[in-house]
Design a protein around this ligand. Structure first.
Ligand code: CA
Length: 660
C-alpha cells in the first residue's frame, strides 16, 4: 500500500517546512529561546520544572505562533538546570511532550533539561586533535556495546558498563594481556563503532542497581546520550560530559568513533515526542495502521521534509558537538535515497571524511516505493555511503537465517563465485559474469536463489563493508560450532582463521564484532544449539566481553592483529574504483573449494589463495620469488617464508604472498 497523507502534499510542504537552525532550546545566560514545530496545533505552551522526574510545573508560558508551523518563546533569566516540556493543544486535546531537539534530559528522558553545553566540555575538548580519519578502505571498524566492553570482572575496569570505561588506560589482565582501550590499540582498529548510545527506553535509569540489559535499538531522545551509561542519569549534563570524555580518550589514542543510529523506528510511537506535537507526521502509515518495515511496530518517514531535516540536524549535532566520526544506519533501507544523499551532503560540510554506512535492507515491506529506498542494490546511487555485504558474510560462514547451513570456509559447495564477488568489494569483475553463463548453482541446494551471483551493487569499493559477524545472529565462532558439529576444535579454528583472512583481504571496508578476534561466544545452555542467537536483552554473562578469552586464544588474536597490520602495509588491498579492480585483479582457474587471484598494482604483486578443502593443495605461482606473509598459522608484516614456482596451501587455510 502506498502512503496517502496530507503531509506529502505540495501545499503542506510549501507552507510548513521550517528551514531555520534554532529548533529546540537555545541557551544563554541572559535568556533562553525555544522553538518547536507543531503545524497542526492551535496552541503550544512551555512548562518549566525544578526536577527531571517529579513535581508540577512551576511556570507555564504560552508560546507564540511563528513562521512555517513553529511556535516560539524567549524566556528571560538564567534557566540552566531547569527542566521543561511542551504542551500542545490539537482539536481540544492536550498532550505533553519532550522537546524533539532536547540536548539534555533527566532520568529516563522524561523531561528536557536546559544546560550550558560549554560547561559539559572536558578540558581541551573544543580544540582536541581529532585523529586523521583513514580512507574508508583503510578503515577497520570494531563493533562494541558500551556495557559489554567493561561489565565483566575480567575487564579490570572501574567504570563498569559506563562511557568512562573507554577512558581507562593501561589496563591488562593479571597475566599481562592487554584489555579495554589498550586492546583496541594493540589490535590496530581504526574505528570503534558503538551500539546505540543515544537515549533509549528499555533500561530503567532509576533502577541501575538491578542488572538490566538491552542493545538499545529503541530510541526515545535522539540527541542525548543514554543515561544508564553515565554515572548520574538524573543530571543531564553528566552524561554529555562523560560521552565527550569517552570520545576524547579514544581520539587521543588514535581511534575514531562511530555511532549506531536508529532513525528508522522509535521505542513507542504513541509516546514519542513528535507524535504528540504533530500526530502521525513522524511515521509512515498504511491506512490507519503504522507501517512497520522495522518489525518493531512503526517506521519513520524520512520522506516527510521535517523528518528529513530532523535526521540531518541530529547527525550534524552529534558530529559537531560530540566530534563523532561516523554513523552506522540501522535498517537504512527504510530511509529514502534522497534523504541519505542529503545527509552525506550535510556531513560533508562538517568533514568529508565522516564515515557513513548502514544496513541496506529493512525487516519488512514499506509503503515507500522500492526504487526510492536506500536498499543495498541501490548503493551505487548513494556515493559516499556504504552498505554491509551480507554476500561476504553468508558466503563465508553460511546464511544467518539457516542455523545449520555451512559457508565456504566449512566446505559448502558452489560458493567460489560469491567469494570472488566479495573479493571485488561488490563492484564486480567481468570475468565473473562471463563465467556465470555456465550452470553454476547446484539443483540440490534448497536456497539456490541466494547463491546466485549478485549484480554489482557498489559504485566503488568504499561502499562495501566486509564482515563475518556483528551483534546480530550467532558470533562467528558460535555459527561455526552450530553448523559444523562434526568438526574438531582445531578444524573450527582453521575455519575461523580462513574466514578472517578472506574478509581482511577483500576490497572495501573491514568490520568485526568485538571479541571475534578471540573466539567470542554467547554460550547459553537453554538454547537448542547451546548458543544465544539473538541476545538483545540477555544477561551480562552472555553478552559481556570475557577478556580472559583473549588470554586463552592469543594465537587467534595474533592472527587477527597480523591480518590488520599486513592489510595496512600493502597497496593492493586498497583498490577503490571499479576500473582499478578490473585491471588489478586476475582470478586464477583452480579446483572446487579454492579461490585464488593476484592483485597487481604499481610496483607490487600480491598472490592470494583461500583453500576451503580439507586437504593440502599446491598452487603454481607467477614467475619470480614470493614472500609469504599469511599462512595457516601466522599473519603479519614479517616474512614467514620465501617461495618460488609453487606454494603449498594447508587444508582449510589462506595464504597471502607478495612478490619480492
Ligand atoms: Ca534511557
Amino acid at each position: 500500500m502506498k502512503e496517502t497523507t496530507i503531509y506529502l502534499s505540495k501545499e503542506f510542504e510549501e507552507n510548513y517546512t521550517y528551514t531555520g537552525d534554532d529548533l529546540g532550546c537555545t541557551y544563554a545566560k541572559e535568556n533562553s529561546s525555544f522553538r518547536v514545530y507543531a503545524p497542526t496545533a492551535q496552541r503550544v505552551s512551555l512548562l518549566l520544572f525544578k526536577d527531571g522526574l517529579h513535581g508540577e510545573a512551576y511556570e507555564i508560558l504560552e508560546m507564540k505562533p511563528s513562521e512555517k508551523g513553529t511556535f516560539q518563546i524567549t524566556v528571560p533569566g538564567d534557566l540552566e538546570g531547569v527542566f521543561y516540556l511542551y504542551e500542545s493543544e490539537i482539536d481540544g486535546v492536550k498532550r505533553q511532550a519532550v522537546d524533539p531537539y532536547a540536548k539534555a534530559v533527566g532520568a529516563n528522558g522524561l523531561r528536557g533539561m536546559i544546560v550550558d553545553l560549554k560547561k559539559t566540555n572536558p578540558e581541551g575538548f573544543v580544540m582536541e586533535k581529532r585523529p586523521q580519519k583513514p580512507r574508508p578502505t583503510d578503515s577497520v571498524i570494531y563493533e562494541v556495546h558500551v556495557r559489554d566492553f567493561s561489565i565483566d570482572d575480567s575487564s579490570q575496569m572501574k567504570h563498569k558498563g559506563k562511557f568512562l570505561a573507554f577512558t581507562e588506560e593501561g589496563l591488562e589482565t593479571p597475566n599481562h594481556v592487554k584489555v579495554g582501550l589498550e586492546h583496541l590499540k594493540e589490535l590496530g582498529v581504526t574505528h570503534v563503532h558503538l551500539l546505540p548510545s543515544f537515549d533509549y527506553g528499555s533500561v530503567d535509569e532509576t533502577k541501575l542497581d538491578t542488572a538490566q540489559y538491552n542493545w538499545g535499538y529503541d530510541p526515545v531522545n535522539y540527541n542525548v546520550p543514554e543515561g544508564s551509561y553515565s554515572t548520574n542519569p538524573y543530571d543531564g549534563a553528566v552524561r554529555i560530559k562523560e560521552f565527550k570524555e569517552m570520545v576524547q580518550a579514544l581520539h587521543k589514542n588514535g581511534i575514531c568513533v562511530v555511532m549506531d543510529v536508529v532513525y528508522n523506528h522509535v521505542y513507542d510511537a504513541e509516546k514519542f515526542c513528535y507524535q504528540k506535537l504533530v500526530p502521525d507526521y513522524f511515521f509512515r502509515k498504511n491506512g490507519e495502521q503504522f507501517a512497520d518495515a522495522s518489525a518493531c511496530g512503526n517506521e519513520t518517514a524520512s520522506n516527510h521534509l521535517m523528518v528529513r531535516k530532523y535526521m540531518i540536524d541530529s547527525l550534524c549535532y552529534w558530529a559537531k558537538e560530540y566530534h563523532v566520526d561516523g554513523f552506522r544506519f540501522d535498517l537504512m533501507a527504510i530511509h529514502d535515497i534522497t534523504t541519505m544523499n542529503e545527509i552525506r551532503k550535510a556531513l560533508d560540510e562538517i568533514d568529508k571524511d565522516i564515515l557513513i554506512y548502514g544496513e541496506g535492507w529493512a525487516a519488512d515491506e514499506s509503503p515507500l516505493p522500492k526504487e526510492e529506498r536506500a536498499l543495498k542494490e541501490y548503493t551505487y546511487r548513494m556515493p559516499g555511503i556504504a552498505a554491509f555485504s551480507d554476500d561476504v558474510r553468508d558466503g563465508i560462514r553460511g546464511c544467518v537465517f539457516l542455523e545449520k547451513e555451512k559457508g565456504f570456509v566449512s566446505g559448502e559447495p558452489d560458493l567460489e563465485d560469491i567469494i570472488k564477488f566479495s573479493v571485488t568489494g561488490a563492484v564486480g569483475h567481468s570475468s565473473l559474469y562471463a563465467a556465470k553463463k555456465k550452470e553454476r548453482v547446484r539443483k540440490d541446494i534448497p536456497n539456490q536463489v541466494r547463491k546466485d551471483l549478485p549484480k554489482a551493487w557498489a559504485g566503488t569499493t568504499e561502499q562495501c563493508v566486509n564482515y563475518s559477524s556483528c551483534h546480530d545472529n550467532y558470533t562467528l565462532w558460535d555459527k561455526l560450532c552450530v553448523s559444523n558439529p562434526e568438526a574438531s576444535k582445531e578444524q573450527l579454528k582453521r575455519m575461523n582463521k580462513l574466514a578472517a583472512a578472506i574478509y581482511f583481504t577483500c576490497q572495501g571496508i573491514c568490520f568485526l564484532q568485538a571479541g571475534e578476534d578471540f573466539l567470542r561466544t554467547k554460550e547459553d545452555k537453554n538454547e537448542p544449539y547451546g548458543f544465544k542467537e539473538n541476545s538483545y536483552n540477555s544477561s551480562d554473562e552472555i553478552n559481556g566481553i570475557h577478556w580472559n578469552k583473549k588470554e586463552e586464544n592469543m594465537d587467534m588474536f595474533r592472527y587477527y592483529q597480523g591480518l590488520i597490520s599486513f592489510r595496512k602495509s600493502v597497496k593492493g588491498l586498497h583498490l577503490i574504483t571499479k576500473e582499478e579492480v578490473e585491471e588489478s585483479i586476475t582470478f586464477i582457474e583452480s579446483e572446487l573449494g579454492v579461490v585464488a587471484y593476484t592483485i597487481k598494482t604499481k610496483g607490487e604483486l600480491l598472490f592470494v589463495c583461500y583453500n576451503a578443502n580439507k586437504k593440502q593443495i599446491e598452487m603454481e605461482l607467477p614467475e619470480g620469488e614470493f614472500e609469504v606473509y599469511v599462512n595457516d598459522k601466522l599473519a603479519g608484516t614479517e616474512i614467514l617464508q620465501i617461495v618460488q614456482d609453487k606454494i603449498v596451501v594447508e587444508p582449510i587455510s589462506a595464504v597471502v604472498l607478495k612478490k619480492s
